[in-house]
Design a protein around this ligand. Structure first.
Ligand code: ZN
Ligand code: ZN
Ligand code: ZN
Ligand code: ZN
Length: 374
């Protein structure tokens, strides 16, 4: 059963060596290059460009005026309308009153408009500052959210976070769609319990498992839909392998709130598995999952930035996932530090955070399960 729930993690592990090697090569190349050029050219080359894809022209024009009366965010470095204060329409200069309700530009919150027509008319002039600010807002969110592991990462019996990678340290049950840690699993077994340690359903054969998953999926349980998708993706439990069907199911599961499904979609687009390969789209899905605390997706964001040569951004991602107990991320911060792209302070933070996170996952039962090679 457990193999069907792997999200590409093992594939990822195979690639890890290559990624680290690539990171080191890129870092080394950049170091050599750096000695001949501006530091800023290499390290901060992304700047606002990195996030400029954040706001599409169409999205902006469709999103038009927000329904919020919030004050615009002050930003001295980006004042798009010199002639008007914040309390006037950035296009026509009309001041807000009982009859004229000014509304923020939804994307940047920097300027106000009296209506959609004025916003559209002003767009050409406002576009650059708007995109710059929107990218900055997006970055703030990206690096400040998803710092804690989500609810689904905790064992429902002992309530401790499951060590990463979770597939190695827990068993997923089709009966209840719960991921039980191996410590609790072993403890139940020692008490003579042969059934599911969480819901006590007696384990059945593949056909029973599939029937349970399908029944729950039909009731729109996101984890069951995800699980069914993974089962199709691997061709397990007697199902014909069908990567397209898997992606359909991941999409449905993600819309119903499964964080893991967002990560699985990221992998599908990254490798073109069941969909047309699209690395930018993969990164979008990893970002969505990372914002909800998915450590492996955060790691993938770091790898993506590292590949682009944005080592500062890469390190910031790796630092977050290292602090969640993600070992490969810690390795990456270490590499970055040894190559001169991360500070000693960052590495120390990553190491300490990692150790604390790992410590939090420990229990007597889990230690015993590990000792027994369970
Ligand atoms: Zn106006
Ligand atoms: Zn704007
Ligand atoms: Zn447990
Ligand atoms: Zn169960």
């Amino acid at each position: 059963m457990d193999s069907t729930t792997s999200s590409g993690g093992s594939y990822d592990e195979l690639l890890l060596g290559a990624v680290i090697a690539l990171f080191v090569i890129v870092v080394t190349t950049a170091l050599v290059y750096r000695s001949n050029t501006h530091v800023g050219d290499i390290i901060d080359s992304d700047g606002s460009k990195g996030g400029s894809a954040a706001v599409e022209d169409t999205a902006h024009n469709e999103g038009v005026v927000a329904d919020t009366e919030d004050e615009p965010v002050e930003d001295g470095s980006c004042v798009p309308v010199a002639d008007h204060g914040n309390e006037a329409c950035a296009n026509c200069g009309k001041h807000g009153s009982d009859s004229v309700k000014l509304k923020n530009c939804n994307a940047c919150l920097l300027v106000k408009y009296c209506g959609v027509d004025c916003q559209k008319a002003h767009w050409k002039q406002h576009k650059k500052a708007c995109k710059k600010r929107a990218a900055k807002l997006k970055d703030e969110q990206l690096y400040n959210q998803g710092l804690e592991r989500p609810e689904g990462d905790f064992c429902p019996i002992c309530t401790l976070p499951i060590p990463l990678p979770m597939d190695e340290h827990s068993l997923f049950r089709a009966c209840c769609m719960k991921r039980v840690c191996k410590g609790c699993h072993l403890a139940a077994k020692k008490r003579g319990m042969r059934d599911c340690a969480f819901c006590r359903t007696t384990a059945g054969n593949d056909a029973d498992d599939l029937a349970m998953i399908q029944a729950r999926a039909a009731k729109k349980d996101p984890e069951a839909i995800l699980c069914l998708g993974q089962t199709y993706n691997h061709g397990n439990l007697g199902l014909q392998k069908d990567a397209r069907k898997a992606v359909e199911l991941y999409t449905e599961a993600s819309e119903l709130g499964s964080i893991q499904a967002l990560s699985s979609l990221g992998y599908a687009y990254l490798y073109g598995d069941g969909v047309q390969q699209d690395k930018a789209k993969a990164v979008e899905f990893f970002a969505k999952a990372a914002l909800q605390g998915h450590a492996e997706s955060r790691y993938k964001l770091g790898c993506d930035e590292g590949r682009k040569g944005n080592f500062d951004r890469a390190t910031r991602h790796f630092l977050i996932s290292a602090k969640m107990g993600h070992m490969d991320s810690l390795e990456m911060v270490k590499n970055a530090f040894m190559s001169g792209f991360a500070t000693k302070e960052q590495y120390t933070q990553a190491l300490k955070g990692y150790q604390v996170a790992v410590e939090e996952t420990k229990s007597h039962d889990r230690d015993e399960a590990r000792r027994l090679g369970y």
